[in-house]
Design a binder for this molecule. Structure first.
Ligand code: ASP
Length: 467
């Protein structure tokens, strides 16, 4: 017999089926033994009667989280045994054969609860067990559905997904780079991308026109609340597009996603309100205002746009002018004249998507003129030599027919967390790191062997900084 999934048994009353999965709970009711069997698609109650001696004996020895296979008949539950709370609460399997595929140690924590009550470090160390709980399985599934929606929606509108490299050169987004030492080119380093920014712009110059990618953005930031050193973005870029085109595209994408996948949620205002940066700061003292009518309503989604950001800000710590977003953002046409005079007064073609007090995405129309780009580098204090070393390839590419272009990146982790009503993004990431960047399950980061260091030509300084 071929194994079928638990979700597919509902219309098989009276038929024999073969199922496989984990023992969720075992209950002994006198002579009858009940096993709740769980697979990735659901749970079903199974009953083992003492009549079948061998199977009954096996059932008697089963413990939670053992992996079993069973054959049995799908039956309607007696009227008084129906559980309307469960999707398959009206049926049960009368099992006549059980085999144990693998045993399990007693799990280190409860799997049948929502898990919020368990110490998070332990949950992260045993993430493969933690992910078995229903809430986490649901989060993984919903995340998959959201990403699939993005892919389908954009593919239908002529976007193509292109992978850009992970081993690359720094594309600054305002954080430190994670670096990877090169063995073949000793003394040299790759940087992991803070975003695919330069590649996606180069793809526009390459004639792609509509690009997207479900991309990892990797940033070495100090512990900052609910952040992860690597997060996933829906990264997108379009040629011949202005701010209006990109804003409308994303607004329609997210609105239709919510209506399709989360019909219970209510979007506060349609079309989404737009505020200038100045308005947001004056009215809400915040550039990611919470625009909800009722902040207690978990089903309310107040999407909005904050536009007209200053192109630069003054970085008090570094005592220099820094880009508000990143250095590839175009100034508004009418402000280009201010570049040499008063850069802090320039408005950028820059837009942020906000939702319920979070920044969910950020994008801009880019510079596509090498002279203008050089000017921006100069204002933020990048020397001519450094410009050439770091961004020479981009400036050169601009000389070969760079179309006007712009894009955006949406934070997928945060979006899923908001839509799922989760308190932090770790709940919607399969294998997240702790706030201070450790993977407790894999024990990363970790030291590497002396031979590996030797091959890389690296020596660790004595008295290295302890975290
Ligand atoms: N690269 C930017 C970011 O990660 C997004 C963009 O400008 O498209 O924030």
């Amino acid at each position: 017999m071929k194994r079928i999934l638990i979700k597919d048994i509902a219309n098989k009353i009276g038929e024999s089926v073969k199922l496989a999965g984990w023992v969720d709970v075992r209950r002994d009711h006198g002579k009858l033994i009940f096993i709740d069997l769980r697979d990735s698609t659901g749970k079903v109650q199974t009953v083992i009667t003492p009549g079948n001696k061998e199977t009954h004996e096996i059932a008697n020895g089963l413990r939670p989280e053992w992996v079993i296979e069973m054959e049995g008949e799908v039956k309607k539950r007696p009227e008084n045994m129906i559980n309307p709370e469960l999707p398959l609460g009206g049926i049960e399997i009368s099992a006549n054969k059980i085999s144990v595929l693998n045993k399990s140690k007693t799990p280190v924590f409860e799997i049948g609860t929502n898990g919020y009550e368990i110490n998070e470090e332990i949950r992260l160390k045993y993430r493969y067990l933690d992910l078995r709980r229903e809430r986490m399985q649901k989060n993984l599934m919903v995340r998959h559905n959201i990403v699939k929606y993005f892919r389908d929606y954009l593919s239908e509108r002529d976007f193509i997904e292109i992978e850009t490299p992970l081993l690359t050169k720094s594309t600054p987004e305002g954080a430190r780079d994670f670096v990877v030492p090169s063995r073949l080119h000793q003394g040299k380093f790759y940087a992991l991308p803070q975003s695919p920014q330069q590649y996606k712009q180069l793809l526009m110059i390459a004639g792609v026109e509509k690009y997207f990618q479900v991309a990892k953005a990797i940033r070495d930031e100090d512990t900052r609340g609910d952040r992860q050193p690597e997060h996933t973005q829906l990264d997108l870029e379009m040629s011949f597009a202005d701010q209006e085109t990109i804003i409308n595209l994303i607004e329609d994408l997210i609105t239709s996603l919510v209506k399709t996948l989360f019909p219970r949620k209510k979007i506060t205002r349609l079309p989404w309100p737009r505020l200038t940066y100045k308005e947001a700061m004056e009215k809400y003292k915040n550039d990611k205002p919470d625009l909800r009518n009722d902040k207690k309503n978990i089903d309310e989604l107040a999407f909005g746009w904050v536009i007209d950001f200053p192109l630069f800000e003054y970085d008090e710590k570094e005592k220099r002018i820094a880009p508000m977003h990143h250095m590839f953002t175009s100034p508004k046409d009418e402000d280009i004249g201010l570049l040499g005079k008063n850069p802090l007064k320039i408005t950028g073609k820059l837009y942020d998507m906000v939702c319920n007090g979070h920044e969910l995405g950020s994008g801009s129309i880019r510079i596509n003129d090498p002279e203008l780009q050089k000017k921006v580098f100069e204002i933020i204090g990048i020397s001519e030599q450094e410009t050439l070393d770091k961004f020479g390839h981009l400036l050169e590419a601009y000389e070969y027919g760079a179309p006007p272009h712009g894009g955006i990146a949406l934070g997928i982790d945060r979006l899923v967390a908001i839509l799922q009503g989760e308190p932090n993004i770790r709940e919607v990431i399969a294998f997240p790191k702790t706030g201070d960047g450790r993977d407790l399950m894999m024990n990363a980061p970790s030291e590497i062997a002396k031979e590996q260091l030797d091959e890389l030509g690296i020596e660790i300084k004595k008295g290295k900084k302890k975290p």
